[in-house]
Design a protein around this ligand. Structure first.
Ligand SMILES: [Zn+2]
Length: 212
């Protein structure tokens, strides 16, 4: 089977897969393959699932881009191989996935979110850390409700070894708010890389409140 044909076959398979928000993996891959991974539409600008998928797909797709730039032929099966990996990742978009010779490690997005929030709370000056921001009391209700579900609120997007995490924090009155937020980002990124084995972590911090 030719490279083009087998790529076409793989894309047929990808077409049925979606990330957690419902966007098709195939469409996201097309965006990446066209070199537009950084150009987020209005949904993607707010969507941690799309953002995580675009980053992960972009890094998986990069060898294909590299070979396309060179005069040499890509090794046979390269595109197929990348497609197979993408397919494996997209099988369960609520889990991270790390594949190795000795097996697969999957970690639930829920766990990633929990670790992120717990880590945020260890930052001096942080009084509360919740999932995705919203207004005032509502966010606490959402948080409490979603804890019971198998899937967390939309605050964590994962694909493969990439995660995008939204955290809303309340900061103690009188603290340097920006400094506290930056420290939250750094600690959460370090923790998720170390404890979850993620490679690419983006942490968006929203300071929703100051507490006296
Ligand atoms: Zn999305």
């Amino acid at each position: 089977m030719s490279e083009a044909k087998s790529a076409e076959r793989s894309r047929d398979i990808l077409r049925v897969l979606t990330v957690a928000c419902g966007r098709s993996v195939d469409q996201l891959l097309e965006q990446v393959a066209d070199g537009h991974a950084d150009e987020l539409d209005s949904h993607q600008a707010d969507c941690v699932h799309c953002q995580a998928a675009l980053s992960e797909l972009n890094s998986l797709w990069s060898p294909v881009v590299e070979f396309a730039k060179q005069p040499v032929q890509a090794p046979p099966g390269l595109v197929d191989n990348v497609m197979d990996r993408i397919y494996a990742l997209a099988q369960d978009v609520w889990y991270t996935l790390q594949l190795s010779d000795i097996g697969a490690v999957k970690i639930a997005a829920r766990v990633v979110g929990r670790l992120a929030r717990d880590t945020a709370r260890t930052v001096p000056g942080v009084r509360a850390a919740l999932g995705r921001t919203s207004q005032g009391r509502i966010v606490q209700l959402v948080e409490a409700a979603t804890r019971r579900h198998r899937h967390p609120h939309a605050a964590v997007g994962v694909l493969g070894r990439t995660a995008v995490v939204d955290i809303a924090v309340a900061v103690r009155y009188g603290e340097d708010v920006h400094e506290v937020a930056a420290e939250v980002q750094q600690r959460v990124i370090a923790r998720l890389r170390h404890d979850v084995g993620l490679q690419l972590v983006n942490v968006n911090v929203t300071v929703d409140d100051v507490v006296i």
